[in-house]
Design a protein around this ligand. Structure first.
Ligand SMILES: [Fe+2]
Ligand SMILES: [Fe+2]
Length: 317
């Protein structure tokens, strides 16, 4: 049984506001309107793709390296997007901006639906004998270590860094069409839709972090850690899958490493985006041309689904 003094101490602690809650309640932080380009509204859309009917194991141009690189990346989304949703939800009660709260709700639903669709994609790969469980386990191991070590604000900072990574991938995806040249169109549609929505919600977590006055040091520290983690894990997973397929020591692997790290490689081209994030006044929507979002949505309505036809349930905040 608790003594009356410890009971009143607990009651006092419950009654006390955290500094963030105090500041929010007093409306002392700078609550600028959300910076969003005209026409951008984070929106949950239910989708139905055709990749479940099957596709080749090497679905990008017949290249084992390119295909398995994207295939293994898909396994990051189940643990990764859960991490993002949990980070946003953990701090959303500190947010009092109705526009941002509405965006957080749509963000969580979008990420939940991305995971549901990627799990379907992963299952087809698993049925073809790709070691999906092993790849996912490596991403999960890293993200679980991060959960154990980071405070809620640092977890959010890591989410901002990874959202910056996914939206940078999205920009590249649409601005460098040769990256997916020769990809199976049934699979390509999944990645294009995911890229569109990553671009669309690029600033949601960042604006939570900003409105809660997150530290610059944590933002940069987690950028370095998160990007190293995801690139490192992606490369290891790809090499492990290639080895299992007895395709590791081939010219395709050399070309694949060039595809990632060459002068015009996918990862190399992320360098300016990485540097941009270091600026103290960085905002995800500054100097970004995301007109491809509206274009893709306009031209691909065949993938939008009536909610009543769907067989998976989205995450909701
Ligand atoms: Fe996503
Ligand atoms: Fe995202």
């Amino acid at each position: 049984m608790q003594s009356s003094s410890s009971q009143s101490r607990i009651e006092r602690q419950h009654a006390e506001r955290t500094p963030l809650q105090e500041r929010a309640a007093n409306d002392q932080f700078d609550r600028e309107p959300l910076q969003r380009p005209h026409g951008i509204k984070v929106t949950y859309r239910r989708m139905r793709f055709q990749f479940e009917a099957g596709f080749p194991r090497y679905w990008v141009e017949g290249s084992a390296f390119k295909s398995l690189f994207w295939t293994q990346l898909s396994t990051a989304f189940q643990p990764g997007e859960k991490f993002f949703i949990d980070s946003a939800r953990a701090l959303k009660d500190e947010i009092h901006d109705p526009a941002l709260l509405e965006e957080i709700a749509e963000f969580c639903r979008q990420e939940g639906h991305h995971t549901a669709q990627h799990i379907k994609f992963d299952r087809v790969n698993e049925a073809m004998g790709v070691d999906i469980a092993g790849c996912r386990k490596r991403y999960m191991w890293i993200l679980n270590r991060a959960r154990e070590r980071l405070t809620p604000m640092q977890m959010l900072a890591a989410t901002c860094a990874l959202e910056h990574f996914t939206s940078a991938f999205a920009d590249q995806y649409f601005n460098t069409p040769e990256l997916f040249e020769g990809a199976d169109p049934r699979v390509e549609a999944l990645w294009a839709w995911h890229a569109v929505e990553e671009a669309e919600h690029r600033a949601t977590c960042y604006d939570i972090y900003r409105q809660l006055d997150g530290s610059y040091f944590d933002r940069i520290d987690t950028l370095i850690g998160a990007w190293t983690m995801i690139i490192g894990c992606a490369v290891i997973n790809t090499l492990v899958l290639l080895k299992r397929d007895k395709r590791l020591f081939t010219l395709d692997t050399l070309a694949g490493l060039n595809y990632l790290f060459g002068v015009r490689g996918l990862i190399t081209r992320l360098a300016p985006t990485f540097v941009r994030y270091l600026h103290p006044n960085f905002h995800p929507w500054t100097a970004v041309d995301a007109s491809y979002i509206a274009r893709w949505l306009r031209d691909n309505s065949q993938y939008f689904e009536d909610a009543s036809l769907s067989d998976d349930q989205p995450e909701s905040p």
